[in-house]
Design a protein around this ligand. Structure first.
Ligand SMILES: C[S@@+](CC[C@H](N)C(=O)[O-])C[C@H]1O[C@@H](n2cnc3c(N)ncnc32)[C@H](O)[C@@H]1O
Length: 301
């Protein structure tokens, strides 16, 4: 029985990344590779990951949550997200990468008698145009109804491809880009993913995201713990995700470390301040399918 909900915040006790990995492994969704055994083959793991994306009904792993509400986004994204979303005008644009069912967007577009979650986040009469992106098509009847009412131009759902497979011309530019347990947590090319996201942001726009089970900027996680997403430098020393992000040019990065969450989680706000963005490249060392997958990246010199 798979009952671990690895993508949900809110457990009270502080657990180490290592503990999470042990649980993951015992459920066959693991991300650790003991030194004595051979590391998983990346291509095989990517095939397994595809099966998770394509899973339906009872086959969906319990940790693969695709229907978070806007109120969940408000908790899982850095402070300031709701205010920023609420300040968008009707010609502004919001891209949600890894939108799953698109529930957060439906809450944002809730009718005015609407959902409680919409009342807590982004209260405003004018609504931005929204693009939901997911590898697999998880549109619900509710999504189709909303899209029919508001128009496919205001509520657009893109499926069948990964972020990197869209051209900038196809997608256009956005004032806000979000990612809650989406591509930032799942991609096997983290630096390429970030570069693509930043290329789609207007100058002054913000990318709101998060990543769980990482070494935290505030250092309050256990420094020797293994993590779901690990970054190392050329010499193999740990690099914090926020330290890497702060090497990017033309952005301001702010990280909120949640060391008291069950899984140490970094909430990340990246504001684009000029157009000459350059992201420090990383190569993938390990990838192990999961929800989210385990990944190890090495910064290129
Ligand atoms: C666990 S679901 C999260 C859904 C939603 N954000 C939520 O919190 O309920 C992961 C989503 O990320 C998408 N995803 C993963 N990697 C992606 C990528 N590189 N480009 C676009 N979507 C991606 C998946 O297709 C799926 O829609």
């Amino acid at each position: 029985m798979r009952s671990v909900k690895l993508s949900v915040k809110g457990w009270k006790s502080v657990e180490t990344c290592l503990a999470v990995l042990i649980v993951l492994q015992s459920f066959g969704l693991g991300a650790a590779w003991p030194e004595e055994s051979a590391p998983p083959r990346i291509d095989e793991e990517i095939v397994k990951q595809e099966k998770i994306y394509g899973s339906r009904g009872a086959a969906v792993p319990s940790g693969y949550v695709t229907g978070r509400a806007l109120s969940d986004y408000a908790e899982l994204l850095p402070s300031g997200f709701c205010e920023a979303l609420g300040s968008l005008g009707s010609s502004d644009r919001w891209l949600d990468i890894g939108a799953g069912d698109g529930q957060a967007i439906l809450d944002y577009y809730a009718f005015e008698d609407g959902a409680a979650s919409a009342q807590k986040c982004a209260q405003s009469l004018s609504k931005a145009r929204v693009v939901a992106m997911s590898i697999e098509d998880r549109r619900t009847d509710k999504w189709r109804q909303h899209a029919a009412i508001f128009g496919g131009d205001r509520l657009r759902y893109l499926a069948g491809k990964r972020l990197r497979q869209y051209s900038r011309e196809e997608l256009g530019k956005f004032q806000i880009i979000t990612d809650v347990y989406g591509g930032f947590s799942y991609t096997e090319d983290l630096s390429g993913f970030l570069a693509k996201v930043l290329s789609l942001l207007e100058t002054g726009g913000v990318f709101y995201t998060m990543v769980q089970d990482v070494h935290l900027e505030d250092g309050k996680d256990k420094p020797d713990a293994s993590c779901l997403t690990e970054l190392v430098d050329a010499a193999g020393h740990d690099v914090k995700v926020c330290s890497w992000l702060k090497q990017t040019t033309c952005v301001q990065v702010a990280c909120e470390s949640k060391s008291d969450w069950d899984s140490p989680t970094e909430l990340i706000n990246i504001r684009k301040i000029c157009s000459d963005v350059s992201v420090s490249r990383m190569k993938l060392l390990h990838y192990e399918a999961g929800v989210p997958p385990g990944r190890r990246f090495q910064l290129e010199p």
